[in-house]
Design a protein. Structure first.
Length: 94
């Protein structure tokens, strides 16, 4: 006997997120909060610009949440690099 088809409303989909913050305590706290939210899957974290680019391009999150001031004083230039490294990701700047 075949299983009935699964409709989109029956499938729980997670949004993949990477967290980027230069303060380890803040980063851990944000990750802890995100992991408590249904439908959120944290796939990576980074504490500096190099790590951020590596995580974004390697883990391919759908969303990157970051504190731009702590990561890159040259904010606009870094956001451009991040967008090129992970064109699939939406970027949320705190």
């Amino acid at each position: 006997m075949r299983s009935p088809p699964i409709h989109n409303s029956q499938v729980e989909r997670s949004v993949t997120v990477a967290v980027v913050d230069g303060n380890p305590g803040t980063r851990r706290g944000l990750i802890r909060r995100l992991r408590q939210m249904p439908g959120i899957c944290v796939v990576g974290e980074a504490g500096d610009p190099g790590e951020a680019l590596t995580v974004a391009s390697g883990r391919r999150p759908e969303v990157v949440v970051m504190d731009l001031r702590r990561i890159a004083p040259d904010g606009a230039e870094f956001l451009g690099r991040l967008a090129r490294a992970a064109p699939q990701a939406g970027i949320v700047v705190l």
